[in-house]
Design a protein around this ligand. Structure first.
Ligand code: NDP
Ligand code: 2IT
Length: 453
């Protein structure tokens, strides 16, 4: 991106690299924010006076701990646990826990940093945080996962609480893991409280929380389309991933009359020329959430579909209108972005966090693709976590319709904020700029109000 403030952006990034050049994902997330925030700060000197940018990139607290557990053979195993408590200017730290072998401090700092802006955009009072472990739930028995979760929570429980830090799920952490961790927290603290979100519906969870990230991402895409006088009906959509976010993005696309061309996991993707229908979606949910199998089995079960081993969804051999990446960071690079443009894709909504590389984003910008970054498009998950916290505090449960209506309203509100801060004089919306500025202003003003803390 050419920018009259490029020298300042470069100098700032050099100072960041001097502190941690190996934290690649974190630097990537910071640079994307700095590119839009530094010009804004230059024109709004109060943020500069208070050194907000330099302060906001430093986590308030980072906790790293040993997680010992015993496998089914009775052997002692150990993993590393983390919680990055990034920013509490507008509310308790809030953000998911990721269990995946790739987890390290850089990945959790990038996720925690993104979470600050995302949570601010939701309009709810939540600060930013993220945590997790390099534990790999794949291939582990339920009992092994339980023992790991209990050990992880034994240490984490010292640092979290309903008014301090409220974790939730992310990659590798779903209803099963939240249940085991909630049980252990309650046992240690002798306190039944909304310390985690994504809980089961019989014990304090909110209706629609499992659906919320995927549904919210598609509501956001629908808002983008409506602004240009269009909608999802009849559009074909490329999806990556087949976990929580992908499943409910697919469900909402089907409800709104769109066609889903693909799903994937880390072993490859499945192309569905005739579209993925609700029967196939039921199969995917059972496969991924209960049997914990591989997506290739979908290709085996339905002969009209084809599994492409080792390839990503961006290779689908057909034209498409929309892409919604729902797997993981940096899963869509510059070459992939060019392929999407050639296929006719006009809109990209990030269900995952930072799935598009900077090179991919540049391709989208050059081709005037409407691109919604994860911190805006996938904020429905944490927003509904915020609604779960409210219901826990009130000690009551809202109906499905009530939560879904609130989710829709929040996504529309986030979309409006992006348009307000990101629209240029020709009416084109830069959703990255819009999301960064709108998210930043609220947190930065709160930091100024609260002094140097
Ligand atoms: P799940 O664990 O339910 O699913 C993750 C999916 O992504 C699986 O299909 C998985 O495949 C695939 N995947 C994970 N890592 C990789 C990798 N390194 N390479 C290729 N594929 C990979 O996670 P979620 O659906 O909850 O999360 C997906 C994304 O959405 C993440 O970026 C997460 O941060 C983000 N997100 C999640 C929210 C939530 O509420 N859950 C909220 C907002 C954002 P496999 O099974 O082979 O590992
Ligand atoms: O990335 C995210 O926003 C999440 N994983 C959800 C966090 C939450 O607290 O619900």
């Amino acid at each position: 991106m050419s920018n009259k403030y490029q020298d300042r952006i470069d100098a700032f990034m050099e100072s960041m690299k001097a502190k941690g050049a190996h934290e690649e994902e974190f630097l990537q997330a910071v640079e994307e924010v700095a590119e839009t925030i530094i010009p804004f700060i230059a024109e709004n000197p109060k943020y500069e006076e208070h050194n907000i940018l330099e302060r906001i990139v430093e986590p308030e607290r980072t906790i790293i701990f040993r997680v010992p557990w015993t496998d089914d053979e009775g052997k002692a195993r150990v993993n590393r646990g983390y919680r990055v408590e990034f920013n509490s200017a507008i509310g308790p730290y809030k953000g998911g826990l990721r269990f995946h072998p790739s987890v390290n401090l850089s990945i959790l700092k990038f996720l925690g940093f993104e979470q600050i802006f995302k949570n601010s955009l939701t309009t709810l009072p939540m600060g930013g945080g993220k945590g997790g472990s390099d534990f790999d739930p794949k291939g582990k028995s339920d009992n092994e996962v339980m023992r790991f979760c209990q050990s992880f929570m034994t240490e984490l429980s010292k640092h979290i609480g309903p008014n301090t830090d409220v974790p939730a799920g992310d990659i590798g952490v779903g209803g099963r893991e939240i249940g085991y961790m909630f049980g252990q927290y309650k046992r240690i603290r002798n306190e039944f409280t909304g310390v985690l979100t994504g809980k089961g519906q019989n014990w304090g969870g909110s209706l629609i929380r499992p659906e919320a990230t995927g549904y919210g991402a598609i509501y956001f895409v629908q808002n983008m389309l409506e602004r240009i006088g269009d909608n999802i009906r009849g559009k074909s959509v490329i999806i990556s991933g087949s976990g929580n976010v992908a499943q409910f993005a697919i469900e909402k696309i089907l409800q709104l009359g769109g066609k889903v061309l693909s799903v994937s996991d880390s072993s490859g993707y499945v192309f569905a020329p005739e579209g993925i229908h609700s029967e196939h979606l039921d199969y995917i949910k059972e496969l991924k959430n209960v049997k914990r199998g591989r997506i290739s089995e979908l290709g085996d079960a339905y002969p009209d579909m084809k599994f492409f081993e080792g390839e990503r969804s961006w290779n689908v051999p057909t034209s498409a209108d929309i892409a919604v990446p729902c797997a993981t960071q940096n899963e869509l690079n510059g070459e992939d972005a060019k392929k999407l443009v050639e296929k006719g894709v006009k809109i990209v909504g990030e269900g995952a966090n930072m799935p598009s590389t900077p090179e991919a984003i540049e391709v989208f910008e050059q081709n005037k693709i409407l691109f919604a970054p994860g911190k805006a498009a996938n904020a429905g998950g944490v927003a509904t976590s915020g609604l779960e916290m409210s219901q826990n505090s009130l000690r009551l449960s809202w109906s499905r319709e009530e939560v879904d209506d609130r989710l829709k309203t929040i996504m529309a509100d986030i979309h409006d904020q992006c348009v307000k801060f990101g629209r240029d004089e020709h009416g084109h919306v830069d959703y990255i700029k819009g999301a960064n500025l709108a998210g930043f202003v609220k947190v930065a003003d709160a930091m100024i109000d609260q002094g140097i803390v």
